[in-house]
Design a protein around this ligand. Structure first.
Ligand code: CTP
Length: 403
């Protein structure tokens, strides 16, 4: 699935050492299906060559506003007319100051002033330059003008210092550019998601868990962020990176047992949408042993189970009346081995939630593909086999419509 198919991006490069990351970024944007037209300032060419960018993108690189090969010699108008977005990485402190004042003294800055599309900037500079009052004034002005800033991040800098001002990594930037183009149907909404398995401790070295990989829940968290929501992701033990972490719009709480997941979910239940995607253990261990249980010949130990609280049910009970509608909008998941639609709909009614999503498969745990059956009080809708992120985006759009 290519998320930037048919998108035309003007990729601007200004003068900064972080420009060494831009060729990789161009490749990632193209892998997502975007066509990339590079425009470089004079200073940028000190760090990366136009030939490199031309070879990678397959398009001639524009470096000057005085280009007689462009019809009517209006490169800035031609380029900004056809682009879906202009994205500049790295954006130097100097260029940020220029753009915030509407200055246009070279091709890239002129292109930005003449644009009819969105402008995104990935700032990169030394920490003193970033913290300088003049740069912070630029940030304020640019944000007021509706220009999106991706980053910067904090970390090691080329000058040897550690601090704020480092450009985000190409993969983080590419994810944020993809997110930028998704429909903002959940803007201003708070979404809570449980994901992954739980682990019920028997003793310090043993426990009971299940095969859930967490991939579906994490894909849904990403899709909700892309749709503009603030996300609280409550994750059982799974080794997955936090989606779109650098946007600052996601809180992740790691838990181990169902009891911990229950407590975390109840304390974050003041949200607009709750998706219970986690495969929660139905039973916990009544008295986990403090020490490792030693083998007693061939006698198996007696392990006593206790029922775990139902998290979905618990959150659904916190439903409050908000403009006559249930709040939060709760979505359950169902993995059934037989009669999926019948059992899932029974589960929806039993748990008192407006929507339940049946997992059709594939049966291999940890797969990147899935197939879903979405059931609400208007009936059921099958979402055909696709990558989990693709399904997650469709599911988020259905939920956004219902709320
Ligand atoms: N769920 C939950 N807390 C639990 C058990 C389940 O929040 N203790 C949620 C799951 O995250 C899922 C939904 O409830 O969204 C259905 O889970 P499932 O285990 O299939 O349902 P059960 O109620 O346990 O029914 P059964 O195992 O009998 O099918």
């Amino acid at each position: 699935m290519q998320s930037l198919l048919n998108k035309k991006i003007v990729l601007g490069i200004s003068g900064g050492i972080a420009a060494y990351k831009t060729p990789e970024l161009a490749r990632l944007l193209m892998q997502e299906g975007a066509s990339v037209q590079v425009v470089m300032t004079e200073a940028a060419q000190q760090f990366v060559t136009p030939v490199t960018m031309q070879a990678l993108t397959g398009n001639p690189v524009f470096t000057s506003q005085w280009d007689s090969s462009v019809a009517n010699n209006m490169a800035h108008i031609e380029l900004s007319r056809s682009a879906d977005a202009i994205f500049i990485a790295p954006t130097s402190a100097d260029l940020m100051a220029k753009l915030s004042l509407g200055l246009a003294d070279d091709l890239l800055s002129t292109l930005c002033l003449a644009r009819g599309c969105s402008l995104l900037l990935a700032p990169a500079m030394n920490k003193q330059m970033w913290e300088h009052a003049a740069t912070q004034r630029s940030v304020e002005r640019l944000e007021k003008d509706g220009i999106a800033l991706l980053g910067p991040a904090s970390g090691f800098q080329a000058c040897g210092e550690v601090g704020m001002g480092r450009m985000l990594e190409p993969a983080e930037i590419a994810e944020q550019v993809v997110a930028f183009f998704q429909k903002k149907t959940l803007r201003g909404k708070k979404v809570m998601i449980t994901a992954g398995p739980t682990f019920e401790t028997i003793d310090p070295v043993r426990g009971i868990t299940n095969h859930s990989s967490g991939k579906m829940g994490f894909a849904i968290a990403k899709a909700a962020l892309e749709a503009g929501a603030d996300v609280h992701l409550i994750a059982g033990p799974c080794n997955l990176p936090t989606p779109l972490e650098t946007t600052g719009k996601i809180i992740r709480t790691n838990v181990v047992s169902a009891k911990e997941m229950h407590a975390a979910a109840l304390s974050a239940a003041d949200c607009d949408v709750f998706l219970a995607v986690a495969a929660v253990a139905d039973w916990g261990i009544a008295k986990p042993s403090k020490n490792k249980i030693k083998r007693q010949g061939n006698t198996a130990p007696n392990i006593e189970f206790i029922a775990n609280p139902d998290i979905l049910l618990g959150v659904a009970k916190t439903v409050k009346a908000k403009a006559g509608k249930p709040y939060p909008y709760c979505v359950g998941f169902a993995a059934e081995s037989t009669d999926l639609e019948k059992h899932a709909d029974e589960k929806r009614k039993r748990k008192g939630v407006p929507m339940i999503v049946g997992n059709i498969g594939p049966d291999t745990f940890g797969s990147d593909l899935n197939q879903l059956l979405v059931i609400d009080d208007r009936g059921s809708k099958k979402l055909a086999k696709a990558e989990k992120l693709h399904l997650a985006r469709q599911l988020i759009q259905l939920i956004a419509k219902n709320i």
